[in-house]
Design a protein around this ligand. Structure first.
Ligand code: PAF
Length: 287
């Protein structure tokens, strides 16, 4: 596996690969790999000739009160895991090269999907995500880019950016990878104390219960939301940020569970904000 940190070197590597008609799969990350990241790398490895994984903790997507400084970083471990997953290139640019002092251009999706859910709480977050991705896409020139469904809103916004800007990239969204007890894998799970880690299982527990009642015939979004909130409120360490029931494409709230409904939650577990979601539909809720 090749390690590249210079943008120029990465660009010329991708240019060569494109000239040779090699299909480039790209997995953008902020490092601290877990099974969720590795599943994206493995999927890319199956479908593409070359797999580029970027590791860049993107300051632009953190607001001043967030965890940029303490965000987990473990480059040595990441290198080993990426190599074992069949990655061709680990691209780890420096912040100075990505954002030189005179950097002043941003890419922002302004559709409703970029104004709901996490966008209400994390002002500027998605603008930071789309800006860094626009740069990384230009540098790495992938044919396919892989994202996790855990960040469902991010995936919807990235698809919109790719469509609006006519970027020649297919966005692939892969299923959430969960711990044995159901907690969605996240680099931020590392922040949880043992007690918080136990209570964090309520997030997926509440979503599963929502799926159960929908399977039993419930179609009112308000009642499903209420059920989820009741379950989450039982745990002392949890503080609900939001529980939203939305159309999976527009991310606009719905009153009734439909054929394409996303239930998305964000919950503080102690100081750590975790997100999770499930797709439900009236017809398949029981499957
Ligand atoms: O999902 C992430 O880890 C980040 O938002 C991403 C896509 C790597 C952009 O910094």
């Amino acid at each position: 596996m090749k390690i590249i940190s210079s943008i120029g070197e990465m660009e010329s590597y991708s240019r060569d690969a494109r000239q040779k008609k090699q299909k480039i799969g790209f997995v953008p990350t902020m490092g601290a790999f877990h099974e969720g990241h590795l599943s994206l790398m493995r999927a890319a490895e199956k479908e593409c000739d070359i797999v580029i994984v970027s590791v860049f903790v993107n300051r632009l997507q953190f607001s001043p009160n967030e965890d940029f400084d303490k965000y987990p970083r473990d480059m040595e471990q990441d290198k080993k895991l990426a190599e074992a997953a069949g990655v061709s290139v680990l691209f780890a640019p420096t912040a100075d090269e990505m954002y030189p002092e005179d950097f002043s251009t941003h890419v922002e999706v302004t559709a409703r999907c970029a104004r709901s859910l996490c966008a209400k709480r994390r002002v500027g977050h998605f603008k930071g995500v789309t800006t860094v991705l626009a740069k990384l896409f230009n540098i790495c020139r992938p044919n396919e880019a892989y994202f996790g469904q855990k960040d469902a809103q991010q995936a919807v916004i990235v698809k919109k950016m790719v469509r609006d800007l006519n970027l020649p990239i297919t966005v692939q969204v892969m299923s959430i990878v969960r711990e044995k007890d159901g907690l969605a894998m996240s680099s931020r799970n590392a922040y949880l104390s043992p007690e918080e880690r136990v209570q964090a299982t309520a997030l997926y527990g509440a979503l599963k219960e929502a799926r159960n009642i929908i399977g039993a015939g419930e179609i009112s979004a308000a009642r499903v939301k209420n059920k989820i909130e009741q379950i989450l409120k039982k745990e002392k360490k949890l503080k609900i940020d939001y529980v939203e029931i939305v159309n999976a494409e527009t991310l606009e709230s719905v009153d009734r569970i439909d054929s394409n409904t996303l239930i998305a939650i964000a919950v503080f577990v102690g100081e750590t904000r975790l997100i999770d979601n499930i797709m439900v539909s009236r017809a398949t809720a029981n499957l």
